[in-house]
Design a binder for this molecule. Sequence first.
Ligand SMILES: NC(=O)c1ccc[n+]([C@@H]2O[C@H](COP(=O)([O-])OP(=O)(O)OC[C@H]3O[C@@H](n4cnc5c(N)ncnc54)[C@H](O)[C@@H]3O)[C@@H](O)[C@H]2O)c1
Length: 321
Amino acid sequence: MVPAMSKTCVVTGAAGFIGSHLVDRLLERGERVVGIDNMVLGKRENLAPALGSKRFVLHELDINEYPRLLECLRAEREAIGTVWHMAANSDIAAGVNNPEIDLTRTFMTTFNVLKAMHELKIPQLCFASTSAIYGDQDKVLTEETGPLFPISNYGAMKLGSEAVISAALERFLERAWMFRFPNVVGGRATHGAIFDFIRKLRKTPAELEVLGDGSQEKPYLHVSELIDAMLFLFDRAKDKLNFYNIAPDGTATTVRQIAEAVVKLVAPAAKIRYTGGSKGWIGDVPRFRYSIEKLKKAGWSPKMTSNEAVELAVRENASVL
Ligand SMILES: NC(=O)c1ccc[n+]([C@@H]2O[C@H](COP(=O)([O-])OP(=O)(O)OC[C@H]3O[C@@H](n4cnc5c(N)ncnc54)[C@H](O)[C@@H]3O)[C@@H](O)[C@H]2O)c1
């Protein structure tokens, strides 16, 4: 087995929103990073700082082209200690209309990553999981909440991914971290409400159409804090299976607040038109509340509220989109 403390790691979805920030932070920590992305949503420009580093290499390939995945990982001169599996479909609505999207991009990528890890004896996996695995529940969500019945194919394929990772731990995997993200915001966004609203307003500055009635309310976490929390847990949580909710502490933001923040900065004269209904789309969990007691007990607390994270992300994205 490859030593877990190996300084070479793999980041899948490296050119995406969260993956590219993670690559930057891993490079800052002195790691050698092998990035993988098929560029379906990822952008090379997200990796502009990383591409200047001798310790970074990018492979533009689809994880589901398994022989190519194996070949490029096998070609690595140093043993790989950890895979950070960030690649997935991030367009939940698209996956509701076409379930194949989440089967291939969300579940099969996890399945093939695990297959390659088994073949190459890579011992550790960090997985980008999600609040969507919990489904639509009234109670505050703790890591022990169940039974879990997701309402989107995306949530279902993420829950399936957690399940195959758990089974891999029994068979060959040495250690895994499952990080259950809330809504994550920040610069380099490739999707999401802030991204959509800015794009829409650039096209039609007089009006912003918002799906739903604006009352959907969720916790939003800034990507910088998400990565802080993941690295903190990676360094300190050393159970065989480590699973944590990560979120701002008890605060949340409505879609109406996001729309108003974007309008204020991008097109102050625009009228906001709500399409109506309590959900943005089929499969959308309109509101959820996360407990982060387990994370705080481990020693990490967020600094920003949900609204502060949203306001910062609106400024970061408005300057480039
Ligand atoms: N952004 C959020 O709010 C949020 C919330 C919960 C969970 N997550 C999870 O975090 C991870 C990163 O999300 P993100 O917001 O950065 O999304 P993103 O779409 O920006 O990043 C995902 C990347 O994966 C790549 N990818 C997709 N399918 C691939 C394949 N078959 N082979 C290789 N690359 C592939 C895409 O090109 C993209 O660059 C995802 O697993 C997502 O499900 C994100």
